[in-house]
Write a protein that binds this ligand. Structure first.
Ligand SMILES: Cc1ncc(COP(=O)(O)O)c(C=O)c1O
Length: 445
C-alpha cells in the first residue's frame, strides 16, 4: 500500500477539480461520505453542462439513427456531443456498438425497461440474491404481479431469491444451486450498496454460462460496480447491464442501459410516444429499433453532454487502478478505527476484511438514537455527510435483522477517490466519542 504522504498528495490533486470540496461552513470543508448515493462532479463536467445551455441549447439533437428532426447549426453540435457520449458509454463497458446503449434517468429506470419489456410467461422464474436493491427487486415483483394476473393465480411464485454468506459475502454455490430449468431471468446486483461486497468476475462468468444453459438471461445491476471497477460485458457474458452516471462524477439524473442488441431490440418499449416511434397512424404504431424506441420525448441533453467528460474523467484521468487503491486505503483506515469499537450497542455490517467491501462501511445498532447522534454530531461538528436508514435494501435488512430489532438503525459512510485519510480520522473520532459515551449524546432519543 502507498505511504500516507503519497496518498495525501494524490488526494490534494484529485480533489482540486471538485468545486464542492472547496466550500466551507464554519471554517471547515465538507466531508462527503455519501458517494454510494451520488458522487460529486469535477469542473470539466460542470463546464460541459453549462456549454450546452450557453452554446447549443436545442432539442432533439441527439439521435444517432439518422431520424433527427432538425438539421441546423446548434443541432449539429449537440449531435456530435451526443454521439461522443454514447460512444464513451459503449467503450466503457465494452459494448459491441453504441446502439446497444440506451439513455435513462438512472439505474432504476434501466432495470424497469428490462423488467417491463421482457416477454415472460407463467411458469418462468426470476432469480436474485436476498440483498437486491429495491430498484432490482420491485420491477421484478411487478413483473410477478402481472404474470399472476395473467395466469389467474394469485399464489404463483415468480421471483425467487438465494441466500448470501452469513457475513453478507457472495456464495457462488448457493447461487448456482438456485438456478433451475425455469429460470428465465437472473437479476443480480454486482456490488452491494449496503456493505460494498462484490460478486467476483469469475462467479459472474460461471453464473452467466449456467443461466444461458437453461435458456435464461442475465441482468446485471452495475449501479455500484461501474463507478468503481472495469466492467466488461462481453468478458462477463451478461445480457443486460444497468448503471447510473451520477454515481460516477456525472450529471444528476443520468443513467444507462446496455443490452445485447438482439435482446435489447426485442424488448417491448416501456415509456412510449415522442421519439420512440418510426411512424404512427390513427390506429397503430410502428416503433423505432433500439436504442431510439426506449428514449421517449425530449431527453436530458445537458446530462447527456456531461456524460462523456464524466466517463473520461473516471476512466482516463483518474483510472480504475487509482480508484481501487484509494478506496482500499480509505476503507482500511475506517475499518481499523471503527472495528475495535464494536460492542453490544454498535457493530459493523458485511465482511470484516475491507478488501471485500469496496468503499463502503456500514454501522448498525439496536439504538436509533445512537445512529442519529453520529449523523447529527458529524454534520454539526465537521460537515460530515453520511446516510442513515435502510438504503433501499429493506427486504434484506428485514429478513436478517428484524429479530434483533436493528433493521432500521444503520449508518453508511461511502468513500470515493477524492476522500482523504484525514477525513476518515475526523469521522472516526466522532464515532468513537459517541460509541464510548452514548448517554452523553442521546438527547435526541
Ligand atoms: C445496487 C443499486 N442498484 C440500483 C440503484 C439505483 O440507482 P439509481 O438511484 O441511479 O436509480 C442503486 C442506488 O443506490 C444501487 O445502489
Amino acid at each position: 500500500m502507498p505511504a500516507y504522504s503519497d496518498l495525501h498528495a494524490d488526494a490534494l490533486a484529485l480533489r482540486a477539480p471538485f468545486p464542492a470540496l472547496h466550500r466551507s461552513r464554519g471554517g471547515k470543508p465538507p466531508i462527503y461520505f455519501n458517494n454510494t448515493c451520488m458522487t460529486l462532479r469535477p469542473q470539466v463536467v460542470i463546464d460541459a453542462i453549462r456549454r450546452y445551455y450557453e452554446e447549443f441549447p436545442t432539442c432533439g439533437g441527439g439521435r444517432t439513427d439518422g431520424t433527427t428532426r432538425l438539421h441546423n447549426w446548434f443541432q449539429d453540435e449537440l449531435r456530435e456531443h451526443e454521439a461522443r457520449a454514447r460512444e464513451a458509454a459503449a467503450t466503457l463497458v465494452n459494448a459491441a456498438s453504441p446502439d446497444e446503449i440506451v439513455w435513462t434517468r438512472n439505474a432504476s429506470e434501466a432495470l424497469n425497461i428490462v423488467a417491463h419489456g421482457l416477454a415472460l410467461e407463467p411458469g418462468d422464474e426470476i432469480l436474485g440474491s436476498e440483498r437486491e436493491h429495491n430498484s432490482n427487486l420491485v420491477p421484478w415483483l411487478e413483473a410477478e404481479r402481472r404474470l399472476r394476473e395473467r395466469a389467474g393465480d394469485p399464489d404463483l411464485v415468480v421471483r425467487r431469491f438465494f441466500e448470501l454468506r452469513e457475513d453478507g459475502g457472495f456464495d457462488l454455490e448457493k447461487a448456482l444451486a438456485a438456478i433451475t430449468p425455469r429460470t428465465k431471468v437472473l437479476a443480480l446486483g454486482h456490488a452491494s450498496n449496503l456493505d460494498g461486497t462484490v460478486v467476483p468476475d469469475d462467479a459472474i462468468r460461471t453464473l452467466a454460462k449456467r443461466v444461458h444453459e437453461v435458456g435464461g438471461i442475465f441482468v446485471l445491476d452495475g449501479a455500484q460496480s461501474v463507478p468503481h471497477r472495469r466492467v466488461d460485458v462481453q468478458d462477463l457474458g451478461v445480457d443486460f447491464l444497468a448503471w447510473s452516471i451520477h454515481k460516477m462524477c456525472g450529471p444528476t439524473g443520468m443513467g444507462a442501459l446496455w443490452g445485447r442488441y438482439d435482446l435489447l431490440d426485442a424488448l417491448d418499449p416501456f415509456v412510449v410516444g415522442g421519439d420512440t416511434i418510426a411512424d404512427t397512424w390513427q390506429d397503430r404504431v410502428e416503433y423505432k429499433h433500439a436504442p431510439g424506441r426506449f428514449e421517449a420525448g425530449l431527453q436530458d441533453y445537458a446530462g447527456i453532454v456531461g456524460t462523456a467528460p464524466a466517463i473520461e474523467f473516471v476512466r482516463d484521468t483518474v483510472g480504475y487502478d487509482v480508484i481501487h487503491e484509494r478506496e482500499l486505503a480509505l476503507n482500511t483506515r475506517l475499518t481499523e478505527r471503527l472495528a475495535p469499537l464494536q460492542c453490544d450497542h454498535f457493530w459493523l455490517l458485511g465482511p470484516e476484511d475491507p478488501a471485500e467491501r469496496g468503499g463502503v462501511i456500514t454501522m448498525a445498532s439496536h439504538s436509533g438514537a445512537l445512529i442519529n447522534a453520529i449523523e447529527r454530531v458529524g454534520d454539526e461538528e465537521a460537515n460530515v455527510m453520511v446516510r442513515r436508514g435502510m438504503f433501499c435494501v429493506n427486504a434484506y435488512l428485514h429478513r436478517r435483522f428484524d429479530r434483533t430489532d436493528s433493521a432500521k438503525n444503520n449508518l453508511r459512510a461511502s468513500v470515493y477517490f477524492y476522500n482523504t485519510l484525514d477525513e476518515c480520522d475526523v469521522f472516526a473520532d466522532i464515532v468513537e466519542r459517541i460509541v464510548k459515551n452514548p448517554l452523553d449524546f442521546m438527547d435526541d432519543a
